[in-house]
Every structure is written in C-alpha cells, then in structure tokens.
Write a protein that binds this ligand. Structure first.
Ligand code: SF4
Ligand code: SF4
Length: 384
C-alpha cells in the first residue's frame, strides 16, 4: 500500500450495529447503481448523492457522509432496485446512529425538543391543537357514537394552510353522514416527523404512548389527513400495537363514494393533474384511491404528468427535509410544478400537507400565478 494513502478503517462494532438496525438489508445489494441513477437529487445537483456508495459503506462498516441528511426517503430508488433493498429504511437506520453519535444537522434537535415539550414539531402550545376547529363544533370522539376518529395530525392542526384541508374534510364527512369525532387537545402525536428524521428510539416511545391513548379512548378505526401519519400508523405501529385500523382519508372517501354514502353533485369544470405523495404511492402502494375520488367529481377532467403513480417525483418535503433548508435551484418541487404546467391543467391536486407546502413555496418563489395547488379534500368540498 502507498504509505501516502490513508488506510480505510473498518469499524466492526459499527458494522454489527448497521446490520442489526437494517436487518441485513444492505447485504442484498450487488452494487448495480440503479438507485443512484433514479434518485431525484440527480435532477437538481451536479454532484448527486451516490446512493450506491452509501450502501457499499454500510456493507463495509464505514462511516457515512453528510449527504445522509439529503435523502427525502421518497423510495424512488427502492421502486427500481432489482434486489428489492429497503434503501430508505437503511438511510433512516444510519440516521439513528448519527443521533446516537450527535452528528445531526442544526435545527433537527429543536424539532425533537418541541415534540418532547409540546407534543408537536411546530413549537406550538398543546392547548391550541384544536383551535382550527373552534367554530366547527366537531364532537370529541366517542366510541359508542362514532364510526371513525378523524386524526388531524400536527401540521393540519397548527399550520394555517393545512387547516383549510382539515376543514374541507370535515365538510365532506358531514355531507356523507358519517358519525365521527376528533380528540382535540388530547390528540397524541403519530411520531411520523421523528420517524422521518430517523430517531427510531424516540419514535417508538411516542408510538407506545399514543397507542395507549388510542386504546383508552376506544379508537378502532382512524382516518388521517397526512400520508406520513398514515404510514406511521399502518407500517410502524403494528410493532407496538395493532389495536386499530388506520386509513388515509382518500381511501376512506373512495369507499364512501363507492358505497353511495357520499355523492358529489356540484360540477367543478376544471382540468386537474395529480401529484402522488411518496408516502401514499410508493411507501403504501396507494395510487387508486386518490384518483377514484377525483374521477367521482362531476365536471373534473384528470390528466396525468409524466411521473405519475409509483413513478411520482418527490416534492422534497419528506425524510425531515421539511425542517431543513434546501437551496434555491435544488428543490424537487420546482421540477414538479414545471411538470404540472406542461399538462396545461392549471390545477395541481395532491393529498399531503407537506406536498402542499413545498409545491406552493415553488409557485411563490417562481411567481407562478397560472397554477393552483389544492388538496383533494378541498376539491371534494367544492363539489358538494
Ligand atoms: S439499486 Fe439496489 S442493488 Fe443496485 S446499487 Fe442500489 S441498492 Fe444496490
Ligand atoms: S429515498 Fe429518494 S431521496 Fe433517498 S436515496 Fe432513494 S431516491 Fe434518493
């Protein structure tokens, strides 16, 4: 070996920890590089994230690099990986090691502290969690009277824009005659934001506490607004509790429409294109329910973008990126907005509060005025 070269230091303890946290997933990888080629960072960065190299470092037990925090956990790479490697979960496992070693980006610790003190990542008082509904008279969930718990989640509870989605959904559920309630100030966190930034241990604490609350409140069936909350309840809570049945609201509305309990009569004479949230289309293989809801709206014409369904292009807000700065020119949502404009639709629908925030930020930053971003729940409310 050239004495000038640094030796590669392989840390056996780190390797064992990586194997434990990733369930040996990285061992499946045969280094084809398809993941690097499909990762959306390649569309916005000259020097893209080498996903293949990350996996190789895990295989060898080597430390990872700062690019670890770029991953939006969008799972596009997973959709194409010929070996079926759970790449996003490898990134999350690597992040949990970074938390253990206190090697995390600035700003993410305050999110955890806010979760700890306020039970939300928004640094808002828990006493304000139900303020969005103060004029709506939505009852507190009662298992004797209500078919579902409408789980609001912290972003629709505190973010003014996302509150409009929660209100629209209340309107749609009322129109269908569904008996439902909310938990108001007592609503616990799903922990999805903590899961996204990779603090697995804290997520499991939150999940245990929240599952207990749901059990005590008699919740058997809950419907979420955010696909991130749905994903946490559907895929990660069963580890601690399988006591309740979660659904994303598009799945629930699609079932209501199918059974005839919800009918949409008012025509919405628009052309719309749909941005699939990664946490519906890829993490949960749900591409049909949102389209079934849009197709049921009279007068609405749906056109597809190139990257639709499981091929969706991430908005850039997942994997904790909502809480980190992304430089101008490197935002996936700018590309997504351009794709939507190419369809000539003028209306861009989605079904995730993070997607709405990222896409609307892109419209504002680029001063685009001929495209409107709406959540599906808002379009349904227009059709009642
Ligand atoms: S696509 Fe899968 S097999 Fe190929 S390099 Fe990436 S993780 Fe490895
Ligand atoms: S999950 Fe998405 S952002 Fe992360 S490495 Fe894969 S393709 Fe890239």
């Amino acid at each position: 070996m050239d004495p000038q070269e640094d030796p590669i230091v392989i840390d056996d303890a780190l390797w064992e920890r990586l194997i434990e946290l990733t369930g040996g997933e990285a061992a499946l990888c045969y280094q084809c590089g398809v993941c690097t080629a499909t990762c959306p960072w390649g569309l916005v960065k000259e020097e893209t994230v080498s996903v293949r190299e990350f996996i190789r470092r895990v295989q060898l037990g080597l430390e990872t690099t700062a690019a670890l925090w770029l991953c939006t956990t969008c799972a596009k790479c997973e959709a194409y990986c010929p070996r079926g490697v759970s790449i996003a979960s490898i990134f999350q496992a690597l992040r949990s090691i970074a938390w253990e070693n206190r090697k995390t980006p600035e700003g993410l610790s305050s999110l955890l502290w806010s979760e700890f003190w306020n039970d939300n990542p928004w640094e808002q008082p828990p006493s304000q969690r139900a303020q969005w509904a103060k004029d709506l008279e939505v009852p507190h969930f009662d298992p004797e009277q209500h078919e579902i718990l409408l789980y609001i989640g912290s972003t629709p509870a505190y973010d003014r824009r996302a509150q409009q989605v929660a209100k629209a959904l209340v309107k749609a559920l009322r129109a269908s005659g569904v008996a439902f309630g909310i938990l108001g100030e007592a609503e616990p966190e799903s922990g999805s934001d903590v899961l996204d930034i990779g603090h697995r241990a804290y997520f499991e604490d939150i999940a245990r506490a929240s599952a207990t609350t749901f059990r005590e409140q008699g919740v058997a069936h809950l419907v979420t607004i955010s696909p991130h909350d749905y994903d946490a309840f559907h895929n990660h809570y069963p580890v601690v509790s399988d006591a309740f049945h979660p659904q994303h609201y598009t799945q629930y509305l699609a079932a209501l429409l199918d059974s005839g309990r919800l009918t949409l009569t008012h025509r919405v004479e628009r052309t719309v294109t749909f941005h699939d949230p990664c946490y519906l289309a890829r993490h949960n293989a749900e591409t049909k329910a949102p389209r079934a809801v849009l197709d049921a709206i009279p007068g609405l014409t749906v056109v597809e973008m190139n990257d639709a369904g499981v091929d969706t292009l991430c908005c850039g807000g997942g994997g904790g990126r909502m809480w980190l700065e992304t430089e101008a020119g490197e935002r996936f949502s700018d590309l997504r907005v351009a794709e939507a404009l190419e369809t000539g639709s003028g209306l861009l629908a989605t079904a995730c509060p993070f997607c709405i925030a990222c896409l609307e930020d892109s419209l504002k930053a680029q001063k685009i005025t001929d495209l409107l971003v709406k959540d599906i729940a808002e379009i349904v409310a227009l059709a009642l």
